[in-house]
Design a protein around this ligand. Structure first.
Ligand SMILES: [Zn+2]
Length: 443
């Protein structure tokens, strides 16, 4: 939905005058320095990536600012998703920057010139609260996955376009605190979040790498928080020592969020990931969200079709980490996974063999199948070659792709290279067949 205010702004002309380099002239005589040049017009360029976005939100007035730095581009223009934001001003270097709403969409194109250097623009805007996990919520949390970042700030929702982010939150009501990271290293847009509530921070400990782990709980939740995070420091340390260095700072933890009755699970808002109050006492959920710091966040998926590379890997890692640091808990987690697997229709999609054509929500890829069938695929490889060998493959994969994107197909290559085992046939049964295999070692 596009606001009328934006259309008004779009019509208010003009921009910085563009200097045309002589090499771009097509008449062979364009060396006159003062030749009149038409201002560049708003131009689509969705491929021009965002390298950094600095965000500031006032949660009382719903006023916000975004300073967005685009990557260099040999083609002009840029494109942003703006959801149902009200754009107040769009500027480059303090002057109005022309933009145009793509008809029938919540996307704007910008009148940016091509540039071999990064280009920064400033947008002042107002945002709205949303229900149904599609932006900021009146209950105090934000939730942007998979493609609702545009309802909170101008963005690219595709996880392949990672960006650094900074965040400031003001206007927090008395008696409450906002829990959020001030900086996030290169990450998908949906990783950014805050949660505002009457929080108490419980420090849990510090890993050998110096990462301080905490849990933020709400009144009456202390016991649930202690239960759910009983092995969180140990699991986080195992991930650091086994998979590789954590990318999102040295203070991390679980934030209990009021998603509402019947809402379970969590969201990988690293470094301060969210866990629904209804799952706060689940060790599996706490470690699952922590493990996304390596897969899903630390390594971004290239296409939504690679969803299993995020969720399947992390579901496996939660079970594997707990197997090592708390074997009784780990065994119970694998039992619960097996129960969940038994309830999944065999025809549910796990790993569609395309890139960029599946809508993760509308095409029903967001089910339990990528989670559980993905986890049991890795489990099958581990039972075949040894869990320590799979750990080594995941470490090699992380060191090669951290801060970048990857495909699930890349993982099969790495497993073969590191373990010597070709998992192609096993992946076919677990990840692309339309019948649910029986858990066990890969053939
Ligand atoms: Zn997950």
């Amino acid at each position: 939905m596009v606001r009328a205010e934006m259309r008004t702004l779009a019509l208010a002309t003009v921009v910085a005058v563009v200097t045309v380099a002589s090499a771009c002239g097509d008449d062979g005589s364009s060396t006159t320095p003062d030749a009149p040049v038409a201002p560049i017009t708003p131009t689509p360029n969705p491929a021009r990536g965002i390298s950094e976005t600095k965000l500031s939100f006032d949660v009382t007035t719903f006023a916000a600012t975004a300073q967005i730095t685009f990557e260099p581009s040999t083609a002009p223009g840029a494109t942003l998703e703006v959801g149902d934001l009200t754009l107040d001003t769009v500027q480059q270097g303090g002057a109005a920057l022309a933009f145009a709403v793509k008809p029938g969409t919540n996307v704007i194109d910008l009148a940016l010139d091509a540039s071999d250097a990064p280009v920064t623009i400033d947008i002042a805007f107002h945002y709205k609260n949303h229900t149904g996990f599609a932006g900021a919520a009146a209950a105090g949390y934000t939730f942007l996955w998979p493609y609702y970042c545009g309802n909170l700030f101008p963005c690219h929702s595709q996880p392949r376009d990672g960006l650094a982010m900074t965040l400031a939150v003001t206007g927090v009501p008395a008696g409450k605190i906002a829990v959020f990271p001030q900086t996030i290293a290169e990450a998908p847009s949906y990783q950014l979040a805050w949660s505002i509530d009457a929080y108490t921070e419980l420090p849990l400990g510090t890993t050998a790498a110096g990462t301080q782990v905490s849990v933020w709980y709400r009144p009456t939740e202390l016991a649930l928080a202690q239960t759910g995070t009983a092995n969180l420091v140990a699991a986080f340390q195992w991930l650091e020592q086994t998979i590789g260095p954590y990318r999102f700072g040295n203070k991390v933890g679980t934030v209990s969020v009021k998603w509402g009755p019947g809402a379970y699970g969590g969201m990988e808002h690293h470094p301060l990931w969210h866990v629904s109050a209804g799952s706060l006492d689940s060790q599996e959920t706490n470690v699952h969200e922590a493990a996304h710091g390596w897969f899903g966040d630390g390594i971004r998926i290239e296409c939504w079709e690679d969803f299993v590379l995020s969720e399947g890997t992390v579901t496996y890692l939660a079970g594997r980490a707990l197997d090592v640091v708390a074997p009784t808990v780990g065994a119970a987690v694998w039992q619960s996974y097996a129960s969940e697997l038994a309830g999944i229709p065999g025809t549910d999609k796990v790993w569609p063999q395309s890139c960029g054509t599946v809508d993760i929500l509308k095409d029903d890829l967001f089910t339990n199948a990528p989670y559980m069938r993905g986890a049991f695929f890795y489990r099958g490889v581990a039972l075949k070659v040894g869990a320590d060998k799979v750990d080594q493959a995941l470490h090699t994969f992380y060191m090669a792709h951290a801060g970048k994107t990857a495909h699930m197909a890349d993982m099969l290559d790495t497993i073969k290279t590191v373990t010597g085992y070709d998992a192609t046939a096993c992946a076919a049964t677990w990840l692309t067949s339309t019948t649910t295999p029986t858990p066990g070692a890969c053939p």
